[in-house]
Design a binder for this molecule. Structure first.
Ligand SMILES: [Zn+2]
Length: 305
């Protein structure tokens, strides 16, 4: 055997066994992508809810239980976003590592800035699906940064041998996000203060970050379908305030939005709140790239200000 081959064999024999990747299940594709951003090839990540599904109402499938049964870490959006479908799946997985409160359960909302926290008594009995504040917080890049940091820190505690890897992946993500934010902020800057209406309350963090003014919603309350009287009030208000843009999440029926659009002259724009909501939104960066390109073009087209 030639010396080089012998040396190669010796190296192979001496190499420690590859460290197993951390198995992560994320409740949504947004959290799955943030986990991949900081976890790289030291994690295996799967998402439960698809980006084109309403994350409040996901059909629980037996295959999800199997995924959860093998998970080391479960990352959830929290604020009761997943309360309608995730708790039974966690329970049926019989995986002690990822039960609520266990080490392998990470509530991403605990590291995020949360808006619309109710001051009075709000219960789900009233039909409001945002009883603990707005759970669509990942649509502010600053919250994406905070959540990515929380995930990187959690992974470091779970796999201390890879902690410097996770730290450097986070640093790189942070740098790329800062660069992207400059681009997004510049594109949106001319439209600060523009009034819009949205179907669901998915966009308060996005609106706050980019300075948009959401003056109304097609839903009377989060999770409550539009009613004729609310729709008439909304049409009157949109006419009064000259609102030119109506944002609709991809999973809502367009019938009411289209009739509002006809009555008011507003453009109905289907804009995805999640990675995977449209084929172009393949990761956290492309989600903002896609949405900002879409809304800026609509602002230009409608002359919205
Ligand atoms: Zn919601």
């Amino acid at each position: 055997m030639r010396p080089l081959a012998v040396a190669a064999l010796a190296v192979l024999a001496a190499a420690p066994p590859a460290r197993a990747a951390v198995n992560v299940v994320a409740a949504t594709e947004d959290l799955a992508d943030l986990t991949r951003q900081v976890g790289g090839d030291k994690v295996k990540v799967e998402a439960i809810a698809k980006g084109y599904q309403d994350p409040h109402f996901v059909e629980a499938k037996p295959s999800f239980i199997l995924k959860l049964a093998h998970a080391d870490l479960l990352v959830v959006v929290g604020r009761e976003l997943e309360i309608g479908w995730l708790p039974p799946l966690i329970q049926q997985s019989r995986n002690a590592k990822i039960q609520v409160g266990a080490d392998g359960y990470l509530d991403a909302s605990l590291s995020a800035k949360i808006l619309e926290i109710p001051t009075g008594q709000i219960t789900r009995a009233m039909g409001d699906v945002h009883p603990l504040g707005n759970p669509h917080y990942w649509l502010d890049p600053e919250n994406g940064r905070r959540v990515a940091k929380a995930i990187a820190d959690k992974l470091s505690r779970m796999a201390p041998g890879d902690s410097s890897y996770f730290a450097s992946r986070y640093a790189d993500f942070d740098k790329r996000l800062t660069e992207a934010e400059k681009r997004w902020d510049a594109a949106m800057a001319p439209y600060r203060g523009t009034k819009i209406v949205t179907y669901h309350r998915s966009w308060p963090n996005f609106a706050e970050h980019f300075g948009l003014d959401v003056i109304g919603y097609v839903e009377p309350r989060p999770g409550i379908p539009p009613s004729p009287s609310h729709t008439l009030d909304l049409i009157a208000e949109m006419k009064r305030q000259n609102v030119k843009i109506l944002l609709v999440e991809p999973y809502f029926d367009l019938k009411t939005p289209n009739s509002i659009g006809r009555e008011t002259g507003a453009k109905v724009l289907v804009m995805t709140p999640s990675v995977g909501g449209v084929k172009e939104a393949t990761d956290y960066f492309k989600l903002f790239d896609y949405d900002i390109d879409l809304i800026v073009n609509a602002f230009k087209e409608t002359g919205a200000k």
